[in-house]
Design a protein around this ligand. Structure first.
Ligand code: ATP
Ligand code: MG
Length: 208
């Protein structure tokens, strides 16, 4: 059965932390591919600074297989709801195992997402730790949303609604930090791929 990782984000801009995390998850979970899905208009935060076209260009320049770009949310337009994307991908990839990949900051906010309870009927979730440490130790979102905690990777095969916390080394990089550095005229070398750095500097992105 084909195993597909789904990795959504603002990617404003994509950085080496995203790439490293997607590669680690793909290897640990033996995924056939990881689809990077840039949000069009997020439901819970302000509009990205870079345009959709610029974010797509940065992602394309930064990734190679098994990481692939999926512009479904940008094509759909409007506010992007993960549940709509999952419904679409379930229909598009019948018989495939779908695993949504989230940093723990995103995971701990899950309860506030549109139709959050439906998400566990559509996919498994793999959570990686960015050291958000249980956001003030609130109840883990899957408890009230119908998800089941899994402690073995094999539980993720042929199942749905499973949550697995993957311990893997990560890079402590955020897009916020990159935007701040550019604004302060500081170097972002080593934080983003060279091609992404060129696009940012060439388009005067994030300077104000
Ligand atoms: P921003 O600072 O603008 O919020 P970000 O760096 O958090 O940007 P997002 O596009 O918001 O990036 O994140 C998309 C997904 O990638 C989320 O699930 C987030 O937890 C995860 N993520 C972001 N940075 C890292 C990192 N350095 N390591 C692992 N996961 C990350
Ligand atoms: Mg973020």
């Amino acid at each position: 059965m084909k195993r597909i990782g789904l990795f959504g984000g603002t990617f404003d801009p994509i950085h080496n932390g995203h790439i490293r995390m997607a590669v680690e998850v793909a290897e640990n979970l033996q995924l056939d591919e990881v689809r990077l899905i840039p949000v069009n208009q997020p439901g819970h935060r302000s509009r990205p600074i870079a345009s959709a076209a610029q974010r797509l260009e940065m992602i394309s320049s930064a990734i190679k297989v098994p990481l692939v770009l999926d512009d479904i949310e940008i094509q759909r337009g409007g506010t992007s709801f993960t549940v709509d994307t999952l419904n679409y991908l379930r229909a598009e990839y019948p018989g495939c195992s779908l695993l949504m990949i989230l940093g723990d900051d995103a995971f701990w906010s899950l309860k506030t997402w549109h139709k959050a309870e439906d998400i566990f009927k559509l996919t498994n979730i793999v959570v990686v730790s960015r050291d958000c440490d249980g956001k003030e130790r609130q109840e883990s979102p899957h408890v009230s949303l119908g998800g089941v905690l899994s402690t073995h990777l094999t539980d993720l095969i042929d199942s749905i609604g499973r949550v697995y916390f993957l311990k893997t080394p990560l890079l402590h990089i955020s897009s916020t930090e990159i935007r701040r550095k550019v604004r302060l005229n500081k170097s972002i070398s080593g934080l983003v791929p060279t091609a992404v750095e060129k696009i940012i500097l060439g388009n005067n992105l994030y300077t104000s």
